[in-house]
Design a protein around this ligand. Sequence first.
Ligand SMILES: [Zn+2]
Length: 141
Amino acid sequence: MAVNKHLKKKSLATKALPCDRCGRIVENVDERTKRVICSVCVQLSVGFPEEAKSTYKPTGRPAGWHWMKEYVDTDGNVFHKGKEIPELKDTLPPTVIKPRKKIKRRSKEQILIDRHNKKKAVLKKAIKKQKDFLDHNFKKE
Ligand SMILES: [Zn+2]
């Protein structure tokens, strides 16, 4: 308890500490501070969230819609390569976006099965070739 009280007491004494990440000297650090991260590293680790927030607007449009020759959104707005064509609004049906194929991670077992099937197919082909050869009906190329 006594220790907590001591820590809560505001100390005005400051010191300079090297940044925990880059070693830049950070001044006016509370003397009780053991580690400090400079403003540069904080900014880097945070990744400028304000900026990111202001530019990111979810549109509900598919990725790369503005590269599409023609894209009609669900409101009937028509875009040609990302440029809105107001005259065409509501003249076209909304572009149907094919849902992206989910990349299923194959299980280890599935990988083995696939590999086995592939091998089997290759083998089958080889056997057939040999058979054809034996039957003297292999094609001359
Ligand atoms: Zn730093």
